[in-house]
Every structure is written in C-alpha cells, then in structure tokens.
Design a protein around this ligand. Structure first.
Ligand SMILES: Cc1ncc(COP(=O)(O)O)c(C=O)c1O
Length: 426
C-alpha cells in the first residue's frame, strides 16, 4: 500500500479479503493451527515455510495488524508485543547481551529509564545516558566496541523534547550501530523515523494507536535498512542460531532478519505475546488514528496557547508553539508541525498548586495514562516517574510543579473552560 497516504493506510492496509471473504478484519481467536501432515508442520519448525503454528509466536489477526503498522511506518515487517515495555525489552535484547552497552537519551519515559538503569543493568547490559545538549564529540566518547545501538524518543515523555533524529542516526551509523526510536507520542501519522535514518521503531500501542485506553500493547517495526553483517558486530543475526537448527537470519530472511529473529527466538522464549482480541481492538483504533492525531494536535495547540498567556502558569512546553525551544525540530520532523496531544506545564506555587489544579479539574480526569480520546492529567514526579532519583528527574526534565496534560479530542472550548476554572481555583 506504499502508494497511499497514511490516512488511507490506517483504513486499508493489512487485511485484504479474497473474493467472498469477510470485508472487515476477522478475529482468529485461538491458540493452535491444524496441518494435514507432520512434514508440513516440521517445515514450519525449521523455518523453511511460513505459517502459523502457535499463537505465542504468531496469529493471523495479529499479523494483519502488524502488516498495517509496518506499512504506516514504512518498514519491512512488524511484531506486536504484550506491552510497550515488552517491545523495548525485546528490541534491545535482540541485539544486545551481557557485557555489551547502548547509548540512549536521558529524557525517556520513566518506565523505560527504570528498565534500562535497573533491570537491564542486572542482566549485565549497560545503558549510557546522553542528552542533546552535548556536542557530537562528547556523545562520541560514550561509544566503544561493545556498543550495540542508540535509543531515543521522537517526542520525549513528558519533557516533550523533539529528537534530532538525523543527527542521532548519523552518530549511530558512524559507529556501526542502528538507531532505535520510540515513536509512541508522534505515531506514524506525525513522524516516520525510518525516513530520517532510524533503523528500528518501537511503540507503546496502548497510547494513541489504540487511542481509547482499552488495550495495553506494543509493537516493533523493522526498517530493513541496517546491514547486520557489516564488521561482524551482530553474530546473533549473521551467524547460525543453534536454537533453530543452525539458521542464519541474515542469509535466510535478508532485510527482515531483525524482526524474524525477535519473533522466532525471543517471542518463542519470552512469550510476551499480543492477544488476537487485543489486535482486533487495536485495529479499530488504528482506523481513526490519522483523524484523531490531527484533532489531538489542534486541541493541544489551543490549550498551549491559552496556558502560555495565563498569569497562574509559571512555564509551558509544547513543541507546536512557535515560542517553544523544540519548535524548529517539530517543524523539521513532525508532519505539518503538528505536535501531538501532550502539553507539559507548571503552575505558580509548585507541587502544592499542581496538585490543587489537578484536583479542581472536572472534565479532565487524573489517570496514569496519556494519549487517549479523553483529556487527562498527571503529576509525573509523584506517579509515573516516582522511582527516579532527583538527579534522574532533573535529567528527564521533570520539576516538582510539572503537570502533564494529555489533551483529548473533545470540543476544545469545553477543555479550555475546564482548565480555566481549575486555574481560577488557585
Ligand atoms: C513513550 C512511552 N514508551 C513506552 C511506554 C511503555 O508502554 P506500555 O505502558 O504499553 O508498556 C510508555 C508508557 O507510558 C510510553 O509513554
């Protein structure tokens, strides 16, 4: 479907019915698949033929949704996972093991920072945190012969810093490693990082992709562009895998080597499977993704403009505001400069006022979530980023008065009225 625009792909990509078949995505709710002969099944186990054998590894409904997301991102293939966390973990473990390291931005989602600095550390994998204020030379000093990838978020949660994707792709590639991007906040409607040199894209599909706060999920998209054989840096891809009768992923699966290995080896072993019913629901969300991202961005811009002129507001960040420090990068990387639905700001009076403001909201609800159709609000320092040390909070750009507002797709006038009355209560 590469000839169509994203809005059309949201509706049409993935499932293509044959004559007389169901027009809409069928739900294949089941665990196992029937074959006429043992030989056919054996070929699947040897990866000699394609097909589904067990839903832990793949399923037709999930596969159609994976095809749609791969098409939207412009990648060669995708794999859905049980959560965004699982997508990040599997994508990294696919090419990074004990004794190795990777370079990543310091302003990531708090759960990702925990995963990197605590859990992966226990597994012997070192995350080396850098920030975009550093010079190329400084960032270069974080790479060595054991570095396996670079990781960043297109629009960071919740600092909303927009990543200079081309710059980090250049830094990654000049060190012989791929750039992996968490594109959750932008979605492929606002940014397709593969176009700017990224090699692997991951998402928490629990956010805008689903868009209705109904199913937790994640996805990994393989750009198919990275040369895994160069310098023999990735023997797990370019040499034979004893757990698959000696298959060599780069030889047998060419540009889809990364995603095939992630599925047949790591999904097989870790079992962080996306369920068929979840994929069925996710597909409904994806069908309206282009419409919703436009509306989220328009509403968030109106909210940001309103807040930036308000005397009770101490500071505001929204990459769609022309006065914002991220505006130039938003213009460069985000479709028509549309900056998604999250606005971050502080109110005068610090943490206490931030809490009072949140409690006074009537339409917007306090939830541990962003990016669904309903306007919602959160105080990251006491919730999603609670486990981070003061130093990590500062590195992630989160102050004690920090409020993260996820602007929904309700009527903008109602959202603004709600914010106005809550500010007046301060
Ligand atoms: C940017 C980003 N990446 C990854 C995740 C993790 O996704 P999930 O909650 O689906 O595991 C989140 C969750 O908030 C997120 O905001």
């Amino acid at each position: 479907m590469s000839e169509y625009t994203s809005a059309t792909k949201c509706i049409q990509s993935g499932y293509q019915p044959a004559n007389g078949e169901l027009r809409t995505l069928p739900l294949y709710q089941g665990t196992t698949y029937k074959y006429d002969s043992g030989d056919e099944l054996a070929k699947l186990f040897d990866l000699e033929s394609a097909g589904h054998m067990y839903t832990r590894i793949s399923n037709p409904t999930v596969e159609y949704v994976e095809q749609k997301i791969a098409d939207l991102e412009g990648g060669v293939a995708a794999m859905c996972t049980s959560s965004g966390q699982a997508a990040t973990l599997i994508a990294i473990l696919n090419i990074c093991s004990s004794g190795q390291n990777f370079v990543c931005m310091s302003n990531l989602y708090g759960g990702t920072t925990n995963l990197f600095s605590v859990t992966l550390k226990k597994m012997g994998i070192e995350a080396r945190f850098v920030n975009d204020a550093m010079s190329d030379e400084e960032i270069q000093s974080y790479f060595d012969e054991n570095t396996r990838l670079v990781f960043g978020e297109t629009i960071a949660n919740p600092s909303l810093a927009v990543l200079d994707i081309s710059r980090f792709a250049r830094l990654a590639h000049s060190n012989g490693v791929p750039l992996m991007i968490d594109n959750t906040f932008a979605t492929p409607i606002l940014c397709r990082p593969l176009q700017y040199g990224a090699d692997v894209v991951i998402h928490s599909s629990s956010k805008y992709m689903d868009g209705h706060a109904t199913v937790v999920g994640g996805v990994i998209v393989d750009g198919g562009s990275f040369d895994w054989e160069k310098d023999n840096r990735y023997p797990e891809l370019s040499e034979s895998d004893p757990s698959y009768h000696g298959v060599t992923y780069t030889t047998q699966f060419k540009e889809a080597a990364f995603i095939v290995k992630a599925r047949v080896q790591l999904m097989r072993d870790l079992g962080s499977t996306y369920q068929p019913f979840s994929a069925f629901i996710l597909n409904l969300g994806l069908e309206t993704l282009a419409l919703r991202m436009q509306r989220h961005s328009e509403n968030a811009l109106k909210v940001a403009q309103f807040l930036s002129g308000n005397e009770k507001v101490s500071w505001i960040t929204y990459p769609g505001l022309s006065s914002d420090k991220n505006y130039p990068l938003a213009q460069q990387y985000l479709e028509k400069g549309q900056a998604s639905g999250v606005v971050s700001f502080g109110v005068k009076g610090g943490r206490k006022s931030a809490m009072k403001f949140m409690n006074a909201l009537k339409l917007a609800s306090i939830v541990v979530h962003v990016a669904d159709a309903r306007t919602s609000v959160l105080h990251p320092a006491s919730t999603t980023h609670r486990q981070l040390s003061d130093e990590q909070l500062e590195e992630a750009g989160i102050s004690s008065d920090f409020i993260r507002l996820s602007v929904g797709i309700e009527d903008a006038a109602d959202i603004l009225a709600d914010i106005d009355q809550a500010l007046q209560s301060l």
